[in-house]
Design a protein around this ligand. Structure first.
Ligand code: PMP
Length: 422
């Protein structure tokens, strides 16, 4: 993004203009947890309630028609951002719900009623689910639970000393019994970008389904799910400039058609008798009940906002910020968890400061108006891999500036002295 574009982008985010205690400007470096929201997103959500609010896919009145149109257009906007077709996008409440939806489809009791196709979603004891040591708990715990329900075995790819997933282990770990391979596109801790194609190739060679956690990639880089060839992908609205409470599951059309429903009830049926039900085709089959309609509409506006900015430009901007963030490797006592060179990684940098607890690091930065996240970032196994209980994490987004990163580096350089360490 050019200087002028960045200034225009920042002007779109009202929250960035607020000040903190003592009138300090806010330096928001916690976009990996949740992003701020631009006016077009805030306006879309409010406009829906002010002008179009009605139940979708129901009722013959004009308002219901307009609400349905806005809801379905939003689906098309999100699909366009990620290189999918609109009927391959299922609205969920977030990435966590999207991954759980797939995990439950693989073990739920109605599988037998879904016809021969649904048999693809039945796991037998001894079947294998492959994940990685780098996963967010949202892409690990649902698979542990699925394994426990079905007798399947959980296996994983390790992470190397640089924080990268050991793709070289794929041929050993992904084998004939593997039915599901689930991994993150970009780590929310190390920022490392996973090479997707060798994992997809290996998974498909053994007939396994690929589930991609795209939470940290979709907001920050061009993502073309068809080109990547994954079978499912999950991402959240709130990390991509959209609202909380909404997210999406992408499913390859053929698989979504084969997938049995998980949550049942209204809005997902065709014919219901007292004893039997036929289900609507996807995506409606997976959208029982009243959806987060205003939020979906606003997530559509967020997708448009990103597309108008251009994801190549967004990526270039964030790569430059990643390189600047990584300069903290020269601060005495700072250790970065993850790759320290800027290639194949995004602007999410987790680190520890020798002799200072991550929470204290966060406190000192907060005193300077700098918002970072501290803790295990929902990735305890990855932290354990590096022998630390907690890290501090700085993460950027489209609106982050070099000046903000410089302010962060400067404050971080003073942390050890603040605690009387040299
Ligand atoms: N996966 C990754 C990589 C994430 O960063 C997050 C959010 N921290 C999630 C999954 C879960 O997303 P949500 O909490 O929005 O469901």
């Amino acid at each position: 993004l050019t200087e002028t574009e960045l200034t225009a982008v920042r002007a779109d985010f009202p929250l960035l203009a607020r000040t903190l205690r003592d009138g300090r400007p806010l330096v928001y470096l916690d976009s990996g947890a949740t992003s701020q929201k631009p006016d077009p997103v805030l306006d879309a959500e409010q406009d829906f309630y002010l002008q179009r609010n009605a139940a979708v896919h129901r009722g013959a009145h004009q308002l219901a028609e307009e609400a349905t149109e806005a809801f379905e257009q939003a689906r098309a906007k999100v699909a366009a951002l990620v290189g999918a077709d609109e009927d391959e996008i299922v609205w969920t409440s977030g990435a966590t719900a999207a991954i759980n939806l797939v995990a439950y489809a693989f073990s739920n009791a109605t599988a037998g009623r879904g016809g021969a196709e649904a048999a693809r979603f039945v796991l037998a004891p001894g079947d294998e689910i492959v994940v990685t040591e780098a996963e967010h708990h949202a892409n690990l715990v649902p698979w542990q639970e699925l394994a426990a329900r079905t007798g399947a075995v959980l296996r994983w790819l390790d992470v190397d000393d640089d924080g990268r997933i050991r793709v070289d282990q794929a041929d050993d770990v992904i084998g004939d019994r593997t039915r599901i391979v689930a991994f993150t596109h970009v780590s929310n801790v190390t920022g490392a970008i996973t090479p997707v194609s060798p994992l997809v190739a290996r998974a498909h060679a053994v007939g396994a389904v690929v589930v991609l956690d795209a939470c940290q990639s979709v907001p920050h880089m061009p993502v073309d799910l068809h080109a990547l060839g994954v079978d499912f992908a999950a991402f959240s609205g709130h990390k991509m400039l959209g609202p909380t409470g909404v997210g999406a599951l992408y499913g390859r059309r053929e698989l979504l058609h084969a997938m049995p429903p998980v949550t049942t009830g209204g809005s997902m049926v065709e014919v219901v008798t007292m004893t039997d039900t036929t289900y609507a085709p996807p995506p409606q089959r997976f959208e029982a009940g009243t959806q987060p309609v205003a939020q979906a509409v606003a997530m559509g506006a967020a997708a448009d906002y990103l597309r108008e900015l251009g994801m190549e430009g967004v990526l270039a901007h964030e790569r430059a910020l990643a390189a600047e963030l990584l300069q903290i490797r020269d601060v005495p006592g700072v250790r970065i968890i993850g790759p320290t060179d800027a290639s194949d990684r995004l602007a999410v940098v987790s680190f520890v400061v020798d002799g200072v607890h991550a929470h204290d690091v966060g406190q000192v930065l907060d005193d300077a108006g700098i918002a970072v996240r501290v803790g295990h970032h929902c990735a305890q196994p990855l932290h354990r891999r590096f022998g630390v209980a907690a890290t501090a994490r700085a993460s950027a987004s489209v609106y982050t500036t070099s000046d903000e990163v410089a302010a962060f580096r400067e404050s971080l350089a003073g942390v050890r002295t603040f605690f009387g360490l040299s």
